[in-house]
Structure formats: C-alpha cells, structure tokens
Design a protein around this ligand. Structure first.
Ligand code: HEC
Ligand code: HEC
Length: 327
C-alpha cells in the first residue's frame, strides 16, 4: 500500500506531536500573556498590616453593622427585656397548645436531665451522684416569681454555673420552653379551691403522695446505712469535690459565686437581714441543708439545699471547713 500523505495532514500531525507532549516537566509558572488581577498584595487572617494604626489586617465591622438577617431590634423577643431594661413578665410570642407541646418536647431534650421531668430539680444528672452543682427546683416561691424574661435569659446567656443553650435552642424554642416551665409551675401549685373545680379525688392523691414520701425516706435511710460513718477531713474534702461545692466556694480566699471556705470556720458572719453569727458547726450544717435561712451579706440566695447528705457526711464537711481555719 502506497503511503500517500497530503501536505496538510503532515503539518497537522507534526504540530500535534510537537505541541502536545513536550516530554519534560517544569516548575516555572505557566506563560501568561495577561495577568488579569491574579497577583495582588493581600493579608492572611490574623496577619499584621502596618497600614492601619492598630496594626491589624482584620478589621472590625463599622459600629452599628448588622449581619444580614440579624436585625434584632425586638429586645423583648431576643433578649427578654423591656424598653426599661427589666425582664419582661409576659411571653412575647403567641402561646398556643402546639407551642406548649413544642416547649415540652424541647424541655425534655435539653432541661429535663438536670431540672427533672416535673421541674423539681431532681433529674438523673442530679440524683445519679455525679457531683454536679444542683439544679434549683422551679417550684419555689422565688422561681414562680421569676419573670419570664429571666428564664429566657438563663437559656440564652446561661446563669452562674449553668452554661448557655443559645447554640442548641433557637429563639422561638426558648420561649416555648419558658411557656412549658410556666405550665409545670402551675401543675405543681394549684390552690385547693381551684382544685375543687376539677373532678379529682384529693384524698387519693394525698395517699399516693404520702406513699411516695415514705418510699423516699426509706431510700434515704438505706443510703445512710450503706454510707460509712467515718467522719474525717479527707472524707469532707472528697465530698466537697463530689458535690461540686468548689464551683462556688474556693479554698484559697478567692470570691466565687459564694464565700470562700478559707478562714470561714469560727469567723463572724453578717447576714442580709442585719443579724450576725459566728460560723460554728451548727451554723455550717444549717448553711448546707437550709442555705436560704440566712443569706451572707454581699451574696445572692442561689445555693440549693443539700438535703441528701447523711449526718457523717455533713460532719466531715464541717471538719474539712474547720481544717481551713487556723484555730
Ligand atoms: C447540665 C445540667 C443542666 C441543664 C441541662 C440545664 N440546667 Fe438550668 N441549671 C443548672 C444548674 C446547676 C443551675 C444552678 C446554677 C448555679 O446556681 O450556679 C441551673 C439554674 C437554672 C435557672 C436559674 C434558677 C434559679 O432559681 O436561679 C434556670 C431558670 C434554668 N436553670 C433553666 C434551665 C432551662 C430552661 C434549661 C433547658 C434549656 C436548663 N436550665 C438546663 C443545671 C442545668
Ligand atoms: C451554686 C453555687 C453554690 C454551690 C454549688 C454551693 N454553695 Fe454554699 N453558698 C453559695 C452562696 C452564694 C452562699 C452565700 C449566700 C447564702 O448564705 O446562702 C453560700 C453559703 C454557704 C455557707 C455559708 C458561708 C458563709 O460565708 O457564712 C456554707 C457553709 C456553704 N455555702 C457550704 C456549701 C457546701 C458544703 C457546698 C457543697 C456541698 C456548697 N456550699 C455548695 C453558693 C453555693
């Protein structure tokens, strides 16, 4: 067969061979005829930039800048406060049946483990002995008087040692939870006269309640028997950690949420009601099991009663606190 290549085919073939595979690599940048804007001076995040007075390349947004979709001018809705800056009493969202159920759903996911299914502060985290700061009950007088906005703020900002849940729970859901907590509060605090409107056997309810009390007491007694009777500074120190007292009481004189234990024993205490007392054994035990009775001047009434501690546990805590004073 005669090989007959037309001149044009030869040129095409040759150019393909010569231009496509040049047979070697290069580290040099590709040849560009025009740079467009491919090469410009720029700064990495956190880098220095002498152009600005503060030397920072990253700039703060101009004051008053609002990210798209974040114009939160409704402070009642977003912060739970009124024009005067005080917490609002009313929930600034329409409370419907569905909304309440949504609140229950979210409450059961996010709050129940600590604050308990009925809001009594006896969630599994609290009763399991994990040494967490006790969650307060929502059925105290002070909790019932707490404005709705303060509950909202506790979820949004956290409160004392409780962290914020803002990243997990959206604004509407926070209000739904607040509405549900209100429902829980009502459920546990119905005046007797109002109860009569409902078709309930109060005597039967009382009987069930009494039975539960007896069971709870038996359980506490059993626990007290099981726990050993040792009273010692070491045991007190362990209890101090296990019960998360250290979240609020330091041992080195630092002021946390509560007063330091350093030098507490034997010192004179001043209370918000104007009275004073010397911190002896009785006073310290009372402060632990009934912290609301006397409030130390300069502090808030936020300590939860530690009623589950046995006699020897309380004594050990006293010994531990005593060991932190010179006397
Ligand atoms: C991991 C446990 C835990 C979870 C979960 C939790 N809390 Fe708390 N909460 C606490 C503790 C502990 C305190 C007490 C903090 C303190 O006094 O330092 C507290 C305090 C509060 C208070 C203040 C009560 C008062 O009387 O001062 C409110 C209100 C509250 N929580 C609401 C909520 C809501 C609503 C949720 C669910 C979104 C929630 N908490 C989830 C542990 C928890
Ligand atoms: C959530 C924070 C918190 C936790 C947790 C806590 N306390 Fe307190 N405690 C306080 C605050 C606030 C006060 C001061 C206000 C008052 O008198 O109730 C206080 C007061 C006291 C006092 C009286 C102190 C004084 O200066 O006169 C004693 C004693 C005490 N607590 C012991 C304990 C022990 C023991 C534990 C752990 C089993 C504990 N507390 C856990 C917040 C807390």
């Amino acid at each position: 067969m005669k090989l007959a290549l037309k001149p044009l085919s030869v040129i095409v073939l040759l150019s393909v061979v010569m231009l496509s595979c040049r047979g070697q690599q290069t580290d040099k940048p590709p040849i560009r005829h025009h740079f467009n804007m491919n090469f410009q001076e720029r700064f990495n995040a956190q880098q220095e930039n002498p152009f600005f007075e503060d030397g920072m390349a990253m700039r703060m947004p101009v004051e008053g800048t609002v990210a798209r979709g974040n114009l939160r001018h409704d402070v009642a809705l977003f912060e739970g406060v009124g024009e005067d800056g005080d917490y609002i009493d009313d929930i600034p969202v329409d409370v419907t049946r569905d909304f309440l159920y949504r609140g229950k759903d979210r409450y059961d996911i996010y709050c129940q483990v600590c604050h308990g299914g009925t809001g009594d502060g006896q969630g599994v985290i609290m009763t399991g002995g994990y040494g967490y700061v006790p969650a307060p009950t929502f059925h105290s007088e002070s909790s019932r008087n707490m404005p709705a906005g303060e509950f909202y703020s506790a979820i949004t900002e956290g409160i004392r040692t409780m962290p914020s849940y803002a990243t997990q729970i959206g604004v509407e859901d926070r209000w739904a939870i607040v509405a549900y907590i209100r429902a829980l509060q009502r459920s546990q605090n119905v005046p007797e006269a109002e109860m009569e409107r409902y078709d309930l056997d109060l005597a039967e309810l009382q009987r069930i309640f009494d039975e539960e009390q007896v069971r709870a007491e038996a359980l506490a007694a059993a626990r007290a028997v099981r726990g050993d009777d040792e009273v010692s500074v070491e045991r007190g120190e362990r209890l101090y950690i296990q019960n998360a007292c250290q979240a609020c009481h330091s041992l080195d004189g630092r002021d946390l949420v509560g007063p330091t234990f350093l030098g507490l024993y034997g010192s004179e205490r001043e209370f918000t009601d104007g009275t004073t007392a010397v911190a002896d054994e009785d006073y310290i035990i009372e402060s632990i099991v009934e912290p609301g009775a006397l409030i130390v001047e300069g502090y808030d009434n936020v300590m939860v009663p530690y009623t589950h501690l046995s006699e020897s546990e309380l004594q050990s805590l006293v010994e531990f606190i005593r060991s932190l004073s010179d006397e």
